[in-house]
Design a protein around this ligand. Sequence first.
Ligand SMILES: Nc1ncnc2c1ncn2[C@@H]1O[C@H](COP(=O)(O)OP(=O)(O)OP(=O)(O)O)[C@@H](O)[C@H]1O
Length: 228
Amino acid sequence: MIELRGVSHRLGQRQVLSEIDLTLGESRIGVIGANGSGKSTLARTLNGLIRPDRGTVLVDGLDAARQTQQVRRRVGFMFSDASAQILMPTVAEDIALSLRDLRLDATERDARLAATLATYGLEEYADHPAQLLSGGQKQLLAFAAVLVREPQVLVCDEPSTLLDLHNQLLLRRTIAGLAQQVVLLTHHLELLDDFDRVVVMDAGRVVHDGPPPEAVAFYRALMGERVR
Ligand SMILES: Nc1ncnc2c1ncn2[C@@H]1O[C@H](COP(=O)(O)OP(=O)(O)OP(=O)(O)O)[C@@H](O)[C@H]1O
């Protein structure tokens, strides 16, 4: 369970988040809104990547700004550019790096690595140069590297931006199959069809919060007004 209480944040002259109160308990939650509405900033507060100026973010009662290490074990974060998340030369090394700070014994570490490679169809690429994977495969590697840590929550910031239609469908299927709670920021509104809840942001505030069809309709109407 994630709770945001009175979360506000300024970046430069701009009030990027204003008094956000949210309790996020559903299994699949989408966050939508115009460019610059504050989605990424909000997402980054969920695992302590950004410490808000005011208010608190609690993950299972842990303060994301203070108990950051414990919160990061619970909340995995995926950035939109999968290439930027690749830190090691090969696929297996990159996934293994994610496990390093968990201090698992060698048997457990190898078992998790093997199971994760298999789950994401990356077994035959284990020793492959990670930067030479296709865009979709890099996305799968990014999923693997985050999920091998077995977080309880996965926050994905625009994971579909660079993907073709086939890989978007693959992403949708991958997300649908996850045991984790998922918070997904996206401009691909169709990814949210089967979600439990969609939060609409505008100018740093939550302006709508509800089931996907209503939330998407609200967002479309809001954007429609702006282009008139
Ligand atoms: N380091 C910074 N300094 C000043 N302003 C910033 C900084 N980082 C982001 N901003 C501003 O904060 C606002 C919110 O940005 P944020 O990335 O959270 O929006 P977003 O809703 O995720 O946008 P997008 O859909 O384009 O990814 C934007 O106006 C952005 O220009």
